[in-house]
Design a protein around this ligand. Structure first.
Ligand code: ZN
Length: 323
């Protein structure tokens, strides 16, 4: 049995886990941080989470054979750096060398969403598949593409940016500043913007937080309001389901994956209310025969998807057959 340390660096927290080559999470630990714009603080939080996870796993550091880290932004895999980490307010970060220095190990760097899809392929809803796509609507919308048993890297390494696929060039403003991207229709932020606009026009809703323009409407609040039968919330959920269905049809026409995985905060909260509608819209939009046998499924690994995927990528880099 071999162990690696897998790290998921987020905008406000770090998760570290000791993972075996069979995909078992031996132990994991979390560390909050307020390291926005401060890379040394982020590295310090990574070190703390790593030490906690290794201590909890009761494995000596010498038996940790390698380290991998997933980060929220586009990465240069060969050189172990991130071009930008918007959630951390950082650009051109030397991740592999800086994290490697404090942990005394070589470090593999991966994009967190790409890793999340690999986690689902290794131990989740896409287990054993060779062709899979991941769509993860949360604050934004992350995407990842896996073809022939490998992540698609392309020329620049920046791939799977499905959230910025243009659905309507005159559509609502996206987090990226452009208009009509998928993310501007299918994310928690998009749902919030859509209901707030209608609330201001006089539509009634029982959504928690709607009367406070400074508060965020959380995915769980959409679930509670939907369970109460709130019409505006149900319409917002239907709209996200439709747009994810349009995107799924586009991706099926483009890639013919075996499975499309839907995860992220929106799906964790209201996914069960969305999947039937999403499948119906996808089927309507696909050319005859295209959708046959293709599965649309909810993610299964939850917040462990990224550490599992990082571990899988790290084991592969060490020569293990992780399929
Ligand atoms: Zn965009």
């Amino acid at each position: 049995m071999a162990n690696v340390l897998a790290i998921d660096l987020g905008g406000t927290k770090v998760m570290a886990a000791v993972v075996t080559n069979e995909g078992a999470v031996v132990a994991s630990a979390r560390q909050q941080h307020g390291a926005y714009g401060n890379w040394p603080d982020a590295v310090g939080a990574v070190k703390k989470a790593a030490d906690k996870a290794v201590a909890k796993a009761n494995v000596p550091w010498e038996e940790i054979q390698s380290v991998g880290i997933g980060v929220p932004g586009p990465v240069d895999h060969l050189n172990g750096l991130a071009f930008q980490l918007p959630n951390l307010g950082l650009v051109d970060v030397q991740i592999a060398s800086d994290v490697g220095e404090v942990l005394g190990a070589t470090v593999i760097v991966e994009n967190d969403v790409d890793a999340g899809l690999v986690g689902e392929v290794w131990r989740g809803a896409a287990r054993g598949r060779r062709h899979a796509v991941g769509l993860f609507p949360g604050t934004g919308l992350g995407g990842a593409i896996y073809v022939n048993g490998e992540l698609v890297r392309g020329k620049t390494g920046i791939t799977g940016e499905i959230g910025h696929m243009v659905m309507n060039p005159k559509g609502p403003r996206c987090g990226c500043g452009r208009r009509g991207c998928l993310e501007a229709y299918a994310s928690r932020t998009a749902m919030e913007n859509w209901v707030r606009k209608r609330y201001l026009k006089g539509y009634g809703t029982s959504l928690e937080g709607i009367d406070d323009p400074d508060s965020r409407i959380r995915s769980r609040a959409f679930l509670r309001a939907a369970q109460e039968g709130d019409t505006l919330t149900l319409r917002a959920i239907d709209r996200v389901s439709r747009y994810l269905g349009y995107a799924a049809a586009n991706l099926i026409h483009l890639l013919s994956p075996e499975i499309i995985i839907f995860g992220g905060g929106v799906i964790e909260a209201v996914g069960p209310l969305m999947m039937d509608r999403l499948r119906e819209v996808t089927a309507e939009r696909c050319l005859p025969g295209c959708f046959d046998g293709i599965e649309l499924a909810e993610a299964q690994c939850g917040d462990q998807a990224t550490v599992l995927g990082v571990a899988a990528v790290t084991f592969r880099a060490m020569g293990y057959d992780i399929s």
